[in-house]
Design a protein around this ligand. Structure first.
Ligand SMILES: Cc1ncc(C[n+]2csc(CCOP(=O)(O)OP(=O)(O)O)c2C)c(N)n1
Length: 368
């Protein structure tokens, strides 16, 4: 429906629920009942609480660095909720909600950002690839996964996430071209949060929109209001169904905004106006859902307070486990990279062990 009719060059982003929480009932996906929406909202709150906590952990020296999801929760919740368990989530580095929803424990996500390689180990049977720090490289893996699935006669869809900046990487174009030619079951989900660190979207590409890039590769490209849970769900569902039918890939541009800094190592006040951030705050995906749910008596300040009081201890419990996890050993540090270490990594490991032993001996000598 949306994929056939949307023109990514001229149309406004697809929207089902407006900024004030008003819903276009005619376009509402029937499975998104009020109860289901409430449940999705609660999970978004859980991840927002975890996100806030991780920022604090980083500031207090208990986490290396951290990329916040703030503002992009609906884009991820709406899209990932359309998948079957056997489908694949192929993330970049800001997809904690999508990863968690598809089965990665919050504890693993926290350990990863703490620098503990065990955090990158995905549990058996969970179809999520590890965080991809090299910008855009994960899209190739997503196309490969969905092509392999097609060759094996399975119906697994790969949903891959990336940012606006990643569309300037060669990997994006190679992945899109291959997916178009081989009609792979890939959904390319670009979270256009308007920035690639300090580079604004307007100078990222001379294209009018990011979604239009799909036209060149011969498949649909659509722009969706990324802060609208309903629209994100409806459009991704259509793209996933199309992929599963064997009709090929889709590019979805989720039009959203990165409310926070790029990572905990960034200070966005250096390159963007406060007024711009303020203008996006009312479009926050939480506020909209609250306005909508309030009309159904499913949200109020009190309900929110009770919900947070229930969820915060669950976050705290995970944090306590993460804090109590011993630092990784050198063997563990290198153990999660390759089944057989490359020569370069083997040299690094030997060197690190040698230096650590020397330091321990020196310390021992000084204490003697
Ligand atoms: C290949 C590569 N080049 C550069 C970087 C440094 N870098 C990390 S994140 C980032 C910006 C990514 O922007 P975008 O794709 O829009 O994603 P967002 O951070 O907005 O979610 C850059 C340039 C990197 N990690 N990998």
């Amino acid at each position: 429906m949306f994929l056939d009719t949307h023109n990514p060059l001229t149309d406004d982003p697809i929207q089902i629920m407006d900024q004030d929480g008003k819903l276009n009932e005619a376009l509402r996906p029937k499975e998104l009942t009020d109860e289901k929406v409430k449940e999705m909202y609660e999970k978004m709150v859980f991840i927002r609480l975890a996100d806030d906590r991780m920022k604090k952990m980083q500031r207090s020296g208990r986490m290396g660095t951290f990329a916040s999801i703030e503002g992009q929760e609906a884009a991820q919740m709406g899209s990932v909720s359309t998948l079957e368990k056997t489908d694949w989530v192929v993330p970049a580095f800001r997809e904690q909600l999508a990863m968690w929803m598809h089965g990665v424990p919050l504890e693993s996500i926290m350990l990863f950002w703490k620098g503990n390689e065990a955090g990158g180990k995905i549990p058996e049977g969970v179809n999520v690839l590890p965080v991809s720090i090299p910008v855009g490289s994960q899209m190739l893996h997503a196309v490969g996964l969905s092509w392999a699935s097609k060759l094996q006669g399975k119906n697994e869809v790969a949903l891959t996430y990336f940012g606006d900046g990643a569309t300037s990487e060669g990997d994006f174009h190679e992945g899109m071209n291959f997916a178009g030619v081989f009609k792979t079951a890939t959904v390319f989900l670009c979270q256009n949060n308007q920035f690639a660190i300090s580079v604004p979207r307007r100078i990222q590409t001379a294209s009018k929109t990011l979604a239009q890039k799909a036209i060149a590769y011969g498949f649909p490209g659509v722009i969706v209001d990324g802060n609208d849970l309903f629209a994100m769900y409806a459009v991704t569902k259509e793209a996933v169904e199309r992929a599963r039918r064997g009709d090929g890939p889709t590019l979805i541009e989720a039009y959203t905004y990165r409310l926070g800094d790029h990572t905990s190592s960034d200070d966005a006040t250096k390159y963007r106006e406060k007024a711009e951030v303020e203008a996006w705050k009312p479009k926050d995906p939480f506020r909209r859902l609250q306005l909508y749910l309030a009309t159904k008596n499913l949200w109020s300040e009190q309900i929110e307070a009770d919900l947070k009081a229930k969820l915060q201890p669950q976050v705290d419990e995970v944090v306590a486990k993460v804090d109590a996890t011993p630092d990784q050993t050198i063997d563990e540090l290198f153990g999660y990279t390759y089944a057989n270490l490359t020569q370069n990594l083997a040299n690094q490991k030997a060197y690190m062990k040698h230096v650590t032993e020397l330091q321990a001996a020196q310390k021992g000598g000084a204490n003697a």
